[in-house]
Design a protein around this ligand. Sequence first.
Ligand SMILES: NC(=O)c1ccc[n+]([C@@H]2O[C@H](COP(=O)([O-])OP(=O)(O)OC[C@H]3O[C@@H](n4cnc5c(N)ncnc54)[C@H](O)[C@@H]3O)[C@@H](O)[C@H]2O)c1
Ligand SMILES: [Zn+2]
Length: 347
Amino acid sequence: MKTVCVNASKQYEVKIGTGLLDTVGQEAAALLRGRRAVVVSDTNVAPRYLQRVLDSLHTAGFSAQSVVINAGEASKNTDTFVKLVNAFADAGLTRADAAFALGGGVVGDATGFAAACYLRGIDYIQIPTSLLAMTDSSVGGKTAVDLPSGKNLCGAFHQPSLVLCDPDTLSTLPAHFFADGMAEVIKYGVIRDAALFKTLCTKDIQTVLEDVVARCVQLKRDVVQADEFDHGVRQLLNFGHTMGHAIEQSSNFTISHGHAVAIGMVLASKAAGQAEIAEEIRVCCERYGLNTACPYDTQTLLPGCLHDKKTSGTVIQVVEPQKMGHCVTRAIPTEQLADWIMRGVEK
Ligand SMILES: NC(=O)c1ccc[n+]([C@@H]2O[C@H](COP(=O)([O-])OP(=O)(O)OC[C@H]3O[C@@H](n4cnc5c(N)ncnc54)[C@H](O)[C@@H]3O)[C@@H](O)[C@H]2O)c1
Ligand SMILES: [Zn+2]
């Protein structure tokens, strides 16, 4: 087992290891004063893993209840938020107790936001079961639900009290979602760690999964500790995302986030004049079933890029690689954005 300590506005541990699912109760008992728990999961994850988590909590002396939401992004909405806070109230959770998020980023983000608001903030424990949630969304304290007008528009910064990643759960994650997570994993290599990138290009991922998850968590931890509230270096995590978001939107969300980010990383590298890095990323992405050919032209992508959260007034922050393992953010005037995209989509 590996442990990564996060030292943000709250200190907590991220543990990564096989079999951790069965230790949730004892880990939580060591951390919490209360013995009431609500475990939130979704319709894909609950049938596979919920009972093990509930058993572990009961054995450790918790009175534990569960809420199962429909799987998928469509559930990350205000109705779910209301359902969750009501479930916490019905279970009688106090500030000494905790909510548990067992699932991917959707369950984690919605549970985290409900925990941030219920009683003005209770503890929550992340038990991520998707690769994306293990390496990205469960660490760092960004929580949210979507509004009809956009993704993640209603949320809060609220750090978890503990994160338990059991890589064994990834054996049931559908290949498409595993690939989505791999795009973010590759992103960490490009922005911060050339050795990780090389591992991803050469090794059989299944044999190094625990190490790779732990390394990504460390990298995310470093960025979050340097910039918890997203004013500076945390924006590096946005590499490939400005174009990625525009690609997701242009496809009417038929191209999923990670697959769009993979295309976006190649485009952003080309736009930065780094054709060799773009090619290295393309080859690595294809190893994991991520096709990086961009189906859209500049005029199609431009509106989506302009609506990106990273736009502030007349400038937009873009993230560009300078060499493998090292990216920088650069502010460009919005009127130069079309040229930047054009350099990316050029054959
Ligand atoms: N908070 C953050 O910092 C942050 C960062 C990145 C992404 N996100 C959010 O994360 C969400 C995406 O996360 P995701 O890709 O995990 O999506 P998800 O939660 O929808 O999970 C993907 C799919 O895999 C299923 N699944 C998860 N684990 C499984 C397992 N072990 N076995 C079988 N099926 C399993 C889920 O039911 C779902 O169908 C988005 O809402 C995004 O906005 C948040
Ligand atoms: Zn992402």
